[in-house]
Design a protein around this ligand. Structure first.
Ligand SMILES: [Zn+2]
Length: 252
């Protein structure tokens, strides 16, 4: 995986705008890994996909992440600063597609009289559910796709006969096996000392940054192309430092 170039950022913005977050996540990874077949990227588990996005974000814009949150206890606005390394944790060494070890494809566990085996959800599974607006039906659809064996008292039973508490337990178990699928941060309010967990969505965070950068890059291309008559590709191929020096000379 390589850092995204200025030209990548513009192309990702162009191809991903108006798409769903799942498609945007895959478009970003596709540009960073042109030699990996798209079908393979769709088969990454959500945790693997998000770990790759975090790593790519670090390569492209650095490890420092920032955000804003409101304290649920006192309402104070606080600035959050955290590190992509901390979020990725143990996933760091095995992040590149070439060297990435797949998470065990199947896990099994027992719950009361039930014996359950499942594989982890992938982006392809989530894409299949995208039209589903009812959350409980979406959860059922995901379980039907990912449960490889469902037995009660050693007899195979249909997925739709599982009680809700068993279904919820399976989803929770999936989260434990693929912990990066659900990134959370511990926040501490400096005003009142309240601590709570915040869900961090790397897809929307990275996408917003890419949009902002791409918009800024287009304005820079516009100014330099208007002033010097240079081609878009040549302006994008320059280092950011060099583009800034020329922009200063043009007087912007
Ligand atoms: Zn507070």
């Amino acid at each position: 995986m390589r850092a995204l170039s200025a030209s990548d950022l513009l192309q990702i913005w162009e191809h991903g705008r108006g798409k769903t977050p799942i498609e945007q996540a895959l478009a970003i990874l596709g540009f960073a890994s042109p030699h990996v077949p798209a079908a393979d990227l769709w088969q990454l588990t959500i945790g693997q996909r998000d770990a790759c996005l975090l790593y790519l974000r670090e390569l492209t814009f650095g490890a420092q992440l920032k955000g804003l949150a409101n304290c649920p206890a006192c309402g104070d606005r606080l600035e959050l600063a955290f590190d992509a390394h901390d979020l990725r944790g143990q996933a760091a060494p095995s992040l590149d597609f070439e060297t990435m070890k797949p998470i065990p494809t199947e896990s099994s566990f027992k719950l009361d009289d039930y014996e359950l085996s499942f594989r982890l959800p992938t982006s392809a599974d989530l894409r299949a559910l995208i039209m589903q607006t009812d959350m409980s039906q979406a959860q059922r659809g995901l379980l039907e796709a990912c449960l490889t064996s469902v037995k009660k008292d050693r007899e195979t039973i249909p997925v739709n006969s599982l009680p809700a508490e068993v279904a919820n337990a399976i989803v929770e178990k999936m989260g434990q096996v693929d912990p990066l699928a659900d990134l959370t941060l511990l926040a501490i309010c400096p005003a009142c000392g309240h601590t709570w967990r915040i869900v961090f969505d790397i897809v929307s965070y990275f996408w917003d940054e890419i949009q902002a950068w791409a918009g800024r890059l287009m304005r820079e291309v516009h100014v330099l192309a208007s002033a010097y008559g240079w081609r878009e590709a040549d302006i994008l191929a320059m280092s950011a430092w060099r583009r800034q020096r020329y922009l200063e000379m043009v007087g912007t």
